[in-house]
Structures are given as structure tokens and as C-alpha cells.
Design a protein around this ligand. Sequence first.
Ligand code: SAM
Ligand code: SF4
Length: 330
Amino acid sequence: MLPLADSYGRVATDLRVSLTDRCNLRCNYCMPAEGLDWLPGEDVLTDDEVVRLVGIAVQKLGVTEVRFTGGEPLVRRGLVDIVRRTAELRPRPELSLTTNALGLERTAAALAAAGLDRVNVSLDSIRAETFAAITRRDRLSDVLAGLEAARDAGLGPVKVNAVLLRGHNDDQAAELLRWALAEGFQLRFIEQMPLDAQHGWRRDTMVTAEETLALLEREFSLEPAEEPRGSAPAELFSVDGGPATVGIIASVTRPFCGDCDRVRLTADGQVRNCLFAREESDLRGALRAGATDAEIADRWVTAMAGKRAGHGIDDVSFLQPTRPMSAIGG
Ligand code: SAM
Ligand code: SF4
């Protein structure tokens, strides 16, 4: 086994695989209303290529967790089959999905049967008007149905990820938490990051973790939860004495780069050692040129070795990566 180690002593064991850059929502902090220039079909890894690369990661590089994301992974036709084939790998990786939940109502049971362990659903508001204003689609009821189906299919604990946006839903933090507690979902707030295609992010207007906590503390009593955080990005707080918790992922104001254990594979087969990396390493080209598994593994190890110490969002010299979040895989 070759570990995916970098020069700062970190070892990546958590692989995020983007299965498509396409999406059926248009969240305003992620994509412009008209969408993006999607990757040409022939550039996107085939199902067989995805399964082969995940297999190399799991069997040769020590990856133990695989999360499928996008774009919207549920729009990828081969998703259930990819899950089934990756669940057959030994050692078996933990398999999860990050999704907007549109269509999950129909596929949750099949995904669970194929071997998916958990889902994270992105939902920024439980008010239909706010949801439609942020995502530019009137689909809240589909998301709620998808969440319920995920819970019924045993894809839990179901986590719900919310981004607070000034002027849209920053008045709804406590409402979201109240709802998540009642439904038994684990809510986590994610700080908005400079990863939108429109370059609309501004440090001075983003809703910070500190502000989110203050908004929640108007209604709830929060205490740092005792469990060790490890490489998990969320800081957990127990709510009203526990056992329920709420998570805060403060990627901008309290970066956790020192404990990062992630590596990313884009839908077109490029390895990125960081969400904010400015370089990628082309595995698809190697794969299609006939490289062996060992050669691909070597290339992957080299790509990880060059991982930087941190993303530096708060530095004046910070440069946003050229690909937006939806193309990298969030
Ligand atoms: N479409 C799926 C979804 O929304 O869950 C998966 C891909 S999406 C890019 C993954 C996560 O990234 C979502 O939770 C979304 O809210 C988050 N995200 C997208 N753009 C972001 C940004 N600029 N800052 C912080 N989070 C962002
Ligand atoms: Fe689509 Fe997810 Fe981006 Fe929203 S955050 S536009 S659901 S990829």
C-alpha cells in the first residue's frame, strides 16, 4: 500500500469523486442562472473508468472513505451501478453521497440496496420562497420527500448541510435547527467559500461561523461537544444539553487544513489535492493511454505529495481556483 502522503505529514484517506459537473438546481452561491459550459461528454470518465480509479485508490492507496458528489450526482445515470461496484471492492470503502436530493425519493432504496451507507443533503431553507430564491427552482417539496426516503432507506445518520447567505436565509438559522432536531437530521452550517463561477463571494459580507453561533444562541444553548474532532471539518456543539448536536464548518474563518485527509477526483479524471488547488494531475489521460494500475497509483501519489499547507483564503494573495465548486466536486 502506498499512502497518499504530503510533505506536511498528512495522509489522504477520504476520496471525493465528482460524477458530473451538471446540476438541476442553480444555487446562486454556486452557479449562474444560465448554468455553465458543461464538460463535453467524451471528457467525462465512464462508469468503468470511475470504478477502476476508485479501485486503485482503495486497493493501492489506502483510501477508506469514498463520497460521490458533483454537480449533482443523482443526475448521473450509472450512479446505482457505480455504487454497487465500488461496494464490492475489498477492503470495502465507506460509501456516501452529497446531493441536493432531487429524485432521491425514487432512488434512495436502490442506492441503499447497492451498498450506499449515508447521504448528506444540501438544504439552505425550509421556506419554499427562500428555497426558490436561492436555488432558482421551486423544488423544496422534492428535497423534503428525498430526505424522508433517505431516512426510511436507512441511509443515516442523514446530515443536512446549509450555507447561510446574507439577505437570503441568515434570518433562518434557528428555524433550520429546530426543524432538523424535530426530524432527526444532523444539521451543519458551512461558511460560504470563494468557489462560485460568478466570483460573487465577498469576505466582508459572508456569514461567519461566529455570527451563525450567535444567531443560534438566541434560541438554543450550545456547548462544544466532547467527542474528538479528528479530521472532521465540522466543529460539533451539543444543543440544549444534548444528545443532539449542530455542526459548524468554518472553512474560511477557522480553517482545518492541518488535519485535512481529503483528495478529490473531478468528473473528467483530474486529481486535485485540495478544493482550492490551482494545479491538477491528469489521470484520465494516463488511463486512456493504457497506463497500468501501478503507474496510475504512482501518478496519484506524486500529485498528493505537492499539497500545500493551507488554502490561504484569508491571505491577500489568495487566488480563486479557475474551476468552480460544481466542477471540482464539493
Ligand atoms: N449538488 C450536490 C449538493 O448540492 O449537495 C453536490 C455538489 S455541491 C457543489 C456540494 C456542497 O457544496 C453543497 O452542500 C453546497 O451547498 C456546497 N457549496 C457550493 N458552493 C459553495 C460555496 N461557494 N461555498 C460553500 N459551500 C458551497
Ligand atoms: Fe447544484 Fe449543488 Fe451547486 Fe446547488 S450547490 S447548484 S445543488 S451543485
